[in-house]
Each structure stands twice: as C-alpha cells, then as structure tokens.
Ligand binder design. Structure first.
Ligand SMILES: [Zn+2]
Length: 232
C-alpha cells in the first residue's frame, strides 16, 4: 500500500466526472495547470479517457505480463471499455471442475455462453482469454460480470489437492496486479468466490480453497514492485 499509487491518485484527483461534465477543455486545462505530480506518464494514461475515444487494442496483448493469450469466443463476452464504462471493484475466484485444457476449450466454444478473463493452471501458468476491458460472462450475474475480473483455477472444488502452491502463488500475483490496477482493496469484501455472487447456484471455489493463505499471498505480491499496466 502507498507504494505506487501516484497514477491512481492522479486519476482520482481529476475525477472521471470532470471528463463528462466539464468536457475536454476542462480536462486538458486541469492537466496543463496540474502540479508536478501529474507526470508525463499519467498524461499518457488519460488521453483515452476522453469520451468517444476507445482504448487502443493490440492483437494478442495481455493485461498480465507473462500470461499466454488464447482468445475466448466473442459469444462468451461483451466488448466494453472498462474501467471507464464500468468500474471494476471485484475479483471473482472460480474453480473449473475440470482440467486446464477443457476449460480453454469451452471458453473458445461459442455455444458455452461463459468464459473467464483468466485461467490459472495447477503448475502456475496463467492464460488470459478475455481482456480486462471487456465483460466476461463468468459470474452468472450481469452486474457482477460488469464490475469484476474472473479468474478460473484448474481443478475440482471437492479435491483439496487441486490447489497447488504454484497455483496459489501465480493466482495471487495476478490478483495483486488487478487490485493495483483498479485500486481494489485486498480483502474478502472485494476478492470473492463465485459462491458469494448474489443469485448463483455455484459453490466454487469450495471449502478447500484457503482464503487466509490466498489473501496473505496477494498482500505480499501487492507490496512487491510492479510496473504500471498499459492497455497497449
Ligand atoms: Zn465459477
């Protein structure tokens, strides 16, 4: 905490509302008049916040460095422009009830109707299938889909051995990066299981998922130096 929040604080100081209420001139005026805290880096992050400008997308780009990109079927997501059109304030933890390969396959299947942003394998590899810009259909609840990033974990809720050290550590690094990117508090109110989504009949991640350990790992990863994420 308090480590690399400068960019976020800068965004907050400007206020998203100012973009829409005050318009372009107000934003640019504030940026020009802004204090030294408003660094070049932050200006670079602000231009795409202007109304009507979609963030740049690069084919194959990932939001988490080191993740492998495999595109989910467009039928399993809704193209969006988060966090500008929808604020992201939740990370939702899932368990696939199957192997890594089958999870990738179903998320590529337009008939499946669901996909998560990420899949973490038992050996700790991270695959991204939906950009964080977009709304993935993973929570079974429209509002929660719009406000969250969904992370699947290879394995079975009833099998404690599914959840390996490598998986916990990789997933915690991923969640820490997401929390840092969107200013999401690292706590159980904001990092939740699918089971906690209102209206769901899913039970994942189940009783063997070690929340205390997971949050400890996320907090540790959160305080480690991480480079700010860019959309492109
Ligand atoms: Zn789930």
């Amino acid at each position: 905490m308090g480590d690399r929040r400068t960019a976020k604080d800068g965004d907050r100081r400007l206020g998203r509302r100012a973009l829409f209420v005050g318009g372009t001139a107000a934003v640019l005026g504030t940026a020009v008049l802004g204090t030294a805290a408003l660094a070049r880096e932050e200006l670079g992050r602000l231009w795409w916040r202007l109304p009507g400008i979609e963030k740049p997308r690069v084919a194959g780009a990932v939001d988490f460095p080191g993740a492998r990109w495999v595109a989910a079927s467009p039928a399993n997501l809704r193209r969006a422009d988060r966090p500008d059109d929808y604020r992201i304030d939740r990370v939702i933890i899932h368990v696939t009830q199957g192997g890594y390969r089958s999870a990738v396959n179903v998320f590529q299947d337009p008939g499946h109707g669901a996909a998560a942003h990420y899949i973490v394998s038992a050996d700790g590899h991270v695959t991204q299938m939906v950009r964080e810009l977009d709304v993935a259909f993973h929570a079974g609840n429209r509002e929660y889909n719009e406000r969250s990033v969904g992370i699947e974990h290879e394995g079975f809720v009833e099998d404690a051995s599914s959840f390996t050290d490598a998986m916990y550590e990789a997933s915690a690094r991923l969640t820490a990066a997401i929390c840092g990117r969107y200013g999401i508090p690292v706590d159980r109110g904001h990092i939740i299981g699918h089971v906690e989504v209102p209206g769901t009949d899913h039970t994942d991640p189940g009783p063997h998922w070690d929340w205390a350990r997971y949050l400890r790992l996320v907090r540790a990863a959160r305080t480690a130096p991480v480079k700010p994420q860019r959309s492109a």
